[in-house]
Design a protein around this ligand. Structure first.
Ligand SMILES: *Cc1c(COP(=O)(O)O)cnc(C)c1O
Length: 346
């Protein structure tokens, strides 16, 4: 059954070109640094962000954790957004496995930090307190609704980090969505950062994998961290081959997903009973109006059962849904979704 799956961009699957490249990929044992396709992916990823080196990891969560383990010692503290993926959705891996204390500060609507919040969270050199070692940003910001963080805001945090001898890590799971939305080079979004993680899956359609980029010595330590986390793979070139296509071609078409998200939001906003909450990059949030006969689960079930369209409620206690566009949601699919929603609510 073919579904129009708007639940997330993580449901995107590899393109035919990726499957062919995966079948043909030259491989070796990557733990010996012998996999030419992984080496190529790491070299291209580092160059894209103007960094010295990179390491291919199994997931974004693993990339972020490798970064924190490589930057920090046990007992260090890091400043993170209170709604960040690293703080909320990675099982507190930094504390659980790394002995690192997260110090959360508010994330603003534009995904930025307030300088005063950063300053208040920074521990002084006082033996009562953990040493603040790092600050982490997220771009695009998931919980802030997929909003792209502006380069000037990154520069402010980078300057704060430099003034205070802190490392700056960027969780750039969707950094290429940010670059497309802002009309800037990915490199501009890594300026001033010591490390950055990005996902090859999600909007870029690779079946698995993320890349962590940073300095040579840092990446050597991150590779050690990846090993102890069980993330070192052998003939991983099969996966990296899809990753190379993600980097070479798929990252440059994300603007289409953003246009489709905008079309979807505009179309939905014209349907009685629908309230558009926000739309940024490839994210659309909308709610069902209070007076509707249909409950949220009934709405979702009707779209699935009668129209093969998948949507997921944003949280169980609200009437809000979150949609994400991706490569497999084209213009005709958007039209079908709008017609189906109109029919279900009529
Ligand atoms: C998806 C995502 C990650 C990584 O998630 P994995 O599922 O582990 O690949 C990290 N940060 C953000 C903001 C994400 O959206």
């Amino acid at each position: 059954m073919h579904y129009i799956d708007l639940r997330s961009d993580t449901v995107s699957h590899p393109t035919p070109e990726m499957r062919e490249a995966m079948a043909r990929a030259a491989v070796g044992d990557d733990v010996y640094h012998d996999d030419p396709t992984v080496n190529q992916l790491e070299a291209e990823a580092a160059a894209l962000f103007g960094m010295e080196a990179a390491v291919f990891v199994t997931s974004g969560t693993q990339g972020n954790l490798c970064a924190l383990l490589a930057h920090c010692q046990r007992g260090d503290a890091i400043i993170v957004g209170d709604t960040s993926h690293i703080f909320r959705y990675e099982q507190g891996g930094m504390a659980q496995l790394g002995g690192i204390l997260p110090q959360p500060i508010p994330v603003q609507a534009d995904a930025s930090f307030r300088l005063s919040d950063l300053e208040n969270a920074l521990n002084p050199d006082d033996e009562h307190m953990p040493i603040t070692r790092l600050v982490a940003l997220e771009n695009t910001h998931n919980m802030a609704g997929g909003v792209a963080l502006q380069p000037e805001k990154i520069a402010e945090v980078a300057a704060f980090a430099r003034r205070n001898q802190l490392k700056l890590h960027i969780d750039g799971a969707r950094i290429f969505n940010a670059a497309a939305a802002l009309g800037v080079d990915a490199k501009a979004l890594a300026a001033g950062a010591d490390s950055l993680t990005f996902c090859l899956s999600k909007g870029l359609c690779a079946p698995a994998g993320s890349v962590l980029v940073g300095g040579q010595d840092f990446i050597r330590r991150a590779r050690r961290a990846r090993k102890v986390l069980g993330g070192s793979m052998r003939q991983a070139g099969i996966l990296a081959a899809a990753g190379l296509i993600a980097l070479r071609t798929m990252k440059d078409r994300l603007g289409e997903d953003h246009e489709n998200a905008q079309l979807l939001a505009e179309g939905l906003s014209e349907i009685p009973g629908i309230i558009i909450d926000r739309q940024n990059t490839n994210f659309v949030f909308f709610s069902l109006a209070a007076g509707l006969k249909l409950s949220l689960p009934e709405f979702v079930d009707a779209l699935r059962d009668d129209y093969t369209i998948l949507m997921s409620p944003y949280s169980s206690d609200s009437r809000q849904l979150r949609l994400r566009t991706h490569y497999w949601i084209d213009r005709p699919a958007i039209e079908k979704v709008l017609a189906a929603v109109r029919a279900v609510l009529s």
